[in-house]
Design a protein around this ligand. Sequence first.
Ligand code: FAD
Ligand code: NAP
Length: 547
Amino acid sequence: MAKRRVAVIGAGVCGLSSIKCCLDEGLEPTCFEQSGDIGGLWRFEEFPERDRASIYKSVIINSSKEMMCFSDFPIPAEFPNFMHNSKIMEYFRMYAEHFDLLKYIHFKTTVVTVAKRLDFPITGQWDVVTETEGKQESAIFDGVMVCTGHHTNAHLPLDSFPGIEKFTGRYFHSRDYKSPQEFSGKRAIVIGIGNSGADLAVELSHTAEQVFLSTRQGAWIVKRTGEDGYPSDTAYITHYMEFLRCIVPLSLLNYLAEKKLNANFNHEIYGLQPRHRLIIPSHPTVSDGLPNRIISGKVLVKPNIREFTNTGAIFEDGTREEDIDVVVFATGYSFSFPFLEDCIKVVENQVSLYKYVFPPHLEKPTLVFIGLIQPLGSIMPIAELQGRWATRVFKGLNQLPSASNMVADITQKREEMAKRIHFRYVKSPRHTIQVDYIDYMDEVACLTGVKPSLLSLFLMDPKLALEVFFGPCTPYQYRLRGPGKWDGARKAILTQRERIIKPLKTRAVGDYTHHTLGPYLFMIVCAITLFVIIFSYSLAPSLNGYI
Ligand code: FAD
Ligand code: NAP
């Protein structure tokens, strides 16, 4: 029987893993990539194509390497834990080469339309029209995987900023920011305190005369490193933490977690305290540098802007800053699928998808969206697992529930999200596709038949079980069993801490154990002294008369 043909749209990280998933399931992928290379957003260029996502030169990822890697292809031990975008590209190229993915990609080929064929209710087939150097071609596919990303369309909410039309300085969206040199000596306002806003405020503050960071509701700031300097995501994305979340009251968890973050710096004193609690589905802002730039006065935190003047801005607290040269709108992104207009509607950055993957109303489940998700964790392993599930559904090896059950699931998820977002001060389009990492991974893993069983692991392989439960929830866990099982998964899990430490071992450190023994010796001496004192006092009455 001829292999079923699948069109993969986009050769970013989600496109690459989708090609591999097709191959693993014996499907025939054809990937269309409008630019000339792989990597999508992670391929930095000074002047990227208008319709490709774009990053600034200095971007360092905020997911650590063990948490962001593909589940059957660990990132080399010597690579840093938080990689610069160039290093990430190096890893993606290694992946593409190792699994021989490049030959399935048609570069400089844009997908223009994807439409159901007339016999779709029976065949589930699609007509895909592509354009290469002005020439259009059409082909039939049995499945379509949309991997076009959701950080391409700049969200530039100028309507919310009265007076912007008379502002004579320069303003632009963070997607158009590349490097800080041209802002040397300038006075800048950065609007928004997502990861882009925080990164840009910090970077600009090294060369600009003054940076104002304007935020309408503040943010909790998380560091890349946690206890003992380990990547913080490896500490908080664990099954153990997930278990605690289930049994400990949320208010207590929030209290403890906020206390911990405030121990780094007090969010209230630094003007960053948000109205919402920490543990709700809000996207955390990861920044190691922001508190330092605030305490050195190079970044001044301001509330939302009420209106712009000719040369500056008036903030909601009535304060005013003039002589502003530049305003960066780090106000996030929206998404759309122009080639799919008839099948799918995006309303206010929301789209109805079963488990954020399948449109529920299609007669045949042959269209999927991969990576259209905003996790509290890394997107890459999620996209890969979605791809594994989707390709099995394409093949008929996994079934979807009825359309009405899928819609009910979508509605329930929306209601849950609305309830949790209720805790926030302002409704935000950022959180329409937000998920908790482990919850979501486990859910999709269950549907795919690859969720690790902790109970049987504890019985069969306690050493591994302990690392799976208490250690970071790394993607390898979803290769321990079921379809796509990888023999290297156990070893990858048991050696993950070695790979975390390896790149830090760049200077041999002697055995300075006396440094660490010092406090213990001190405590032992104190304890002995205390014991002698108490002992002498207790003997004192009986010694009465002898001394
Ligand atoms: P993209 O990387 O955007 O790739 C989409 C590809 O599709 C592109 O190559 C594009 O050219 C192609 N394409 C689009 N339309 C068409 C068409 N019609 N025809 C043909 N080809 C098309 N995520 C994390 O997990 N961790 C992080 O630390 C992190 N940091 C980030 C930092 C920044 C500054 C930004 C903006 C995002 C960050 N993200 C992070 C999220 C990021 O979106 C994902 O990491 C990931 O790159 C998404 O990959 P993708 O393949 O879905 O999309
Ligand atoms: P984002 O997370 O959507 O943040 C947008 C910010 O703009 C939020 O603070 C939001 O405030 C604010 N905002 C939006 N509309 C506004 C309005 N009308 N008025 C005032 N403020 C407004 O966007 P992002 O920071 O560009 O991040 C996009 C993605 O890239 C995220 O996944 C992020 O993790 C990733 N990223 C990663 C890195 C890194 O790895 N180093 C760097 C940059 C970005 P509200 O919260 O109030 O809505």
